[in-house]
Design a protein around this ligand. Structure first.
Ligand code: NAG
Ligand code: NAG
Ligand code: NAG
Ligand code: NAG
Ligand code: NAG
Ligand code: NAG
Ligand code: NAG
Ligand code: NAG
Ligand code: NAG
Length: 365
């Protein structure tokens, strides 16, 4: 089953909470009729993947339940109820089609359910074996490559229905021969869910502020559930999420003011003075008045002049003095923040120590 030990998960959660990093909202992979009904044309009938004999009609952006008569299953393609033997039902409820007997786990290749009166008990084939639904046996190397996700659009919607893209104002998707097709409107048009076609932007309500999740190769993230730098800013990071399809999806976030991202220990937002970062250190500084920021790798003697988040000039303190970002002044006192220390000094140990301190402070309160 799940290989993450509870201790590890708890520890990670604790670190995230202690440091003020939060996981971005989960990518919607489970069936959400309330959302789907805002993305498709009024009156569309869809399959309810939680049952074989149920369907949902979207009326005025809201789902309305419907169900088939005894012995019939809903067929998403013809949009009517048919004898259950004529419908290939892929449901998120493993016992939906077989209320008594063995049936495949809809989400994995090696899992199966024993259903009794519609309630299932899960079992798993031994390592290296997959469940073969036709023989009801666990078979070595039984092919299980393109398992249809019960919650995917193409198991729910009829072919040819336009679905508004949830991440782009001008994007749409459609199932065609059970494959998902993506498209965008011509330049200057937005996709209207209620009309099911492209329209002038002034006629379409669309206010997506979040960037779309980015799918990346698995080696970009060390593992799912960690945070990595966005490699563009000092305070920006990505949260690495594993989808049920086994892809890695990145969600962008930024540290709160005064903190920079550190990739050590799975990722954390730490005070900006403790992080050496060669991207723009003026980020989030100088919004109202000019502010001064440390420069990296100069032995803490120089500073940047920040206005509205960008560097407008750089300067050095006079007479070999040190710059103190906290007081915004040059001083004769020796300053050696990790942020600006010469590169021979290590940053790693300080960051780790900092995380420990954050945890103990939080634990004490
Ligand atoms: C949506 O469809 C329902 C029934 O088909 C209809 O009564 C309703 O007026 C339609 N709503 C809009 C906004 O067209
Ligand atoms: C529709 O059916 C689903 C499950 O089949 C149920 O969870 C939901 O509450 C129903 N909605 C209404 C409005 O009855
Ligand atoms: C099966 O379930 C139905 C409805 O949930 C119930 O009425 C019936 O008694 C159950 N039968 C058995 C054998 O448990
Ligand atoms: C269509 O877009 C979805 C979501 O953005 C993506 O996961 C999928 O790979 C795309 N499919 C194609 C064929 O481009
Ligand atoms: C940023 O750079 C690091 C180190 O080169 C790399 O491991 C990471 O995947 C990069 N992040 C992104 C979002 O590409
Ligand atoms: C991602 O998820 C898939 C399926 O859910 C799993 O097989 C795989 O091991 C996961 N990968 C990581 C890095 O967690
Ligand atoms: C570098 O930045 C940190 C954090 O803002 C600050 O505390 C420190 O004073 C700065 N270093 C110098 C030399 O100003
Ligand atoms: C400065 O402005 C940026 C962009 O408007 C904002 O995100 C940031 O929170 C502001 N920082 C401060 C310290 O006000
Ligand atoms: C900085 O931003 C403020 C508010 O957005 C603006 O009024 C001001 O002109 C900007 N200053 C510069 C130099 O861009």
């Amino acid at each position: 089953m799940n290989t993450t030990t509870p201790r590890n998960t708890l520890w990670q959660l604790f670190v995230l909470l202690a440091i003020g990093l939060f996981a971005a909202p989960a990518v919607a992979t489970t069936f959400d009729p309330d959302l789907i009904c805002t993305l498709i044309v009024n009156g569309t009938k869809i399959n309810d993947p939680r049952a074989c004999d149920k369907w949902i009609q979207c009326i005025n952006d809201l789902p309305v339940n419907g169900s088939c008569a005894e012995g019939l299953f809903y067929d998403r393609e013809s949009e009517v109820c048919l004898p259950s033997a004529d419908v290939d039902c892929v449901s998120s409820d493993p016992c939906a089609a077989t209320s008594n007997g063995f049936t495949a786990d809809p989400y994995t290749c090696n899992g199966y359910y024993y259903c009794k009166n519609g309630t299932g008990t899960r079992g798993e084939c031994n390592s290296g074996l997959n469940y073969n639904p036709s023989t009801e046996a666990c078979i070595r190397d039984y092919p299980c490559t393109d398992k249809l996700n019960p919650d995917s659009y193409c198991n729910i919607l009829p072919d040819g229905v336009f679905i508004k893209d949830t991440w782009n104002c001008d994007g749409w998707q459609m199932c065609w021969q059970a494959e998902l097709v993506n498209g965008t409107c011509p330049d200057g048009y937005y996709f209207s869910a209620s009309l099911g076609k492209c329209d002038y932007p002034q006629n379409v309500q669309c206010a997506f502020t979040e960037a779309p999740p980015q799918t990346v190769l698995p080696d970009v993230c060390p593992k799912a559930g960690t945070f990595i730098s966005d490699n563009e800013t000092c305070n920006g990071y990505y949260y690495c999420q594993n989808t049920t399809q086994g892809q890695m999806v990145l969600e962008h976030g930024v540290c709160s003011d005064g903190r920079f991202f550190s990739a050590a220990n799975g990722g954390a937002c730490v005070p900006r003075t403790d992080i050496r970062c060669d991207y723009n250190r003026c980020v989030n500084m100088g919004n109202t008045t000019i502010q001064l920021a440390n420069l990296s790798d100069d032995g803490c003697t120089g500073f940047a002049i920040c206005q509205n988040g960008t560097i407008i000039a750089e300067a050095d303190c006079p007479n070999g003095e040190y710059f103190d970002e906290l007081t915004q002044l040059c001083t004769t006192q020796v300053i050696s923040f990790v942020a600006c220390a010469l590169s021979s000094e290590s940053t790693e140990s300080t960051t780790e120590k900092l995380i420990d301190e954050e945890i103990s402070t939080t634990a004490a309160t």
